[in-house]
Design a protein around this ligand. Structure first.
Ligand SMILES: *Cc1c(COP(=O)(O)O)cnc(C)c1O
Length: 307
C-alpha cells in the first residue's frame, strides 16, 4: 500500500501528516491495517463469514462491510441499540456493501463485548445464536468491536513502515487503542508517541499496557496521553470543534472527522499554542481516516462540516 506525507505549518511549527485517509476511498486509514491480518486468518481457518460489533456510526463496521465485499466474505454487523426507523449513512452503505445488520440492546452489546474480549467463546456463541439464528463458530469469524485483537496489532505495527523520516513526536488518535499500541511497539526509541483519546475515561493507559504485553515483553516508556481533547465522547461535539475543523479544511484542504482526527488536530494546535512543542521538533500526525462518518454527522446535525 502506498501512503504519503503532507506537510502543513501552523505558527512556524511544521507537522507532517501521514494521510492514511487516502489509502482507499472506503477501507480507510487505520481500519485497513486492523483488518488486513484478520482477513488472512479467517481464510486460514476456512471461515467465510466475518462478524463484528459496533455503534451506528462505526468506522470499523463500515470498513468491514467493504473489506468483505472486495475480498468475497459475507459480513454481519451487530449494532448497539434499537433498530432506527431509517438507517444512517454509515449503516445504509454497510448494508449496500452486503453486510447483514442485527440490532441488539445495549446490555447484550456490553455482555458480548466482554465475552469476545475475554475469549469466552461458548457463552458468546450461545448469546449470538439468540441474535443471529444460524450463528456457528465453525463458519463465522469473530472480530471484536473496533477490530482490535492480536491480528490487528500485527497490522498496526506496519503503519510506520512506509515512513522513513525520523520524528521525535508521533501523534495518533485513540479509540480501542489497537492503533497506538502498534505504533508504540514499532517506533524507534527516540520517538515519543502522543495519544489523543476520543473518549472520556481513565482506562486508556491500562488498555494500552495490556495490548503492549500482547505484542512483546519489552517495556515501552516512550508514550504519553493528552486527555483533554475528547470533547465529551464519541457522538458528542461542540461548536469550537466544528469551527476548528472547518477552518483547518479551508486552510489546508484536508478533511477531518468529528470523532477522532478533528479532536487530535485540535489538540495538536492547542499544544502548539501553549508552547508544548519546540519549533525544531519533527512532528508526525497520523490521519487515521474515518471520513465516512462526516455524511452521517451532517445528516444528523445539519451540514456543519466542510469536506
Ligand atoms: C477506529 C479509529 C481510530 C481509533 O483506533 P483504535 O485502534 O481503536 O484506537 C482512530 N481514528 C479513526 C479515524 C478511526 O476510525
Amino acid at each position: 500500500m502506498k501512503t504519503y506525507l503532507q506537510s502543513i505549518i501552523y505558527k512556524n511549527t511544521n507537522i507532517d501528516i501521514l494521510r492514511l485517509d487516502l489509502l482507499h476511498p472506503d477501507i480507510q486509514g487505520n481500519k485497513y491495517y486492523k483488518l488486513k491480518y484478520n482477513l488472512e486468518e479467517a481464510k486460514a481457518q476456512k471461515k467465510n463469514i466475518l462478524l463484528s460489533f459496533g455503534g451506528e456510526y462505526s468506522n470499523h463496521i463500515h470498513a468491514l462491510s467493504l473489506a468483505g465485499k472486495v475480498n468475497n466474505y459475507k459480513t454481519i454487523g451487530i449494532i448497539r441499540g434499537d433498530k432506527p426507523e431509517k438507517l444512517n449513512n454509515t449503516l445504509s452503505e454497510a448494508a449496500k456493501n452486503g453486510m447483514q445488520l442485527f440490532f441488539t440492546s445495549r446490555t447484550n452489546f456490553r455482555v458480548l463485548r466482554k465475552l469476545v474480549n475475554e475469549n469466552e467463546l461458548e457463552e458468546c456463541e450461545a448469546l449470538l445464536k439468540t441474535i443471529v439464528s444460524d450463528f456457528d463458530l465453525k463458519t463465522h469469524y469473530l472480530i471484536p468491536e473496533g477490530g482490535t485483537n492480536t491480528f490487528a496489532l500485527k497490522g498496526t505495527q506496519e503503519i510506520l513502515s512506509t515512513v522513513d523520516v525520523e520524528y521525535n513526536h508521533i501523534c495518533v488518535s485513540i479509540g480501542t487503542a489497537g492503533t497506538i499500541a502498534g505504533i508504540i511497539a514499532s517506533s524507534p526509541k527516540y520517538s515519543k508517541i502522543i495519544g489523543f483519546p476520543s473518549l472520556k475515561g481513565d482506562f486508556f493507559e491500562n488498555d494500552i499496557k495490556l495490548l503492549l504485553v500482547k505484542i512483546s515483553n519489552q517495556e515501552y516508556n516512550n508514550w504519553s496521553l493528552q486527555n483533554n481533547y475528547h470533547f465529551g465522547g464519541f457522538g458528542a461535539y461542540i461548536d469550537s470543534l466544528v469551527s476548528f475543523m472547518n477552518s483547518f479544511y479551508d486552510t489546508y484542504k484536508i478533511p477531518l472527522d468529528t470523532v477522532y482526527t478533528g479532536k487530535m488536530f485540535f489538540g495538536i494546535f492547542d499544544l502548539i499554542d501553549k508552547g508544548f512543542f519546540n519549533e525544531k521538533d519533527n512532528i508526525l500526525a497520523i490521519h487515521t481516516g474515518g471520513l465516512q462518518g462526516i455524511k452521517g454527522f451532517n445528516e444528523k446535525n445539519g451540514n456543519l462540516i466542510h469536506y
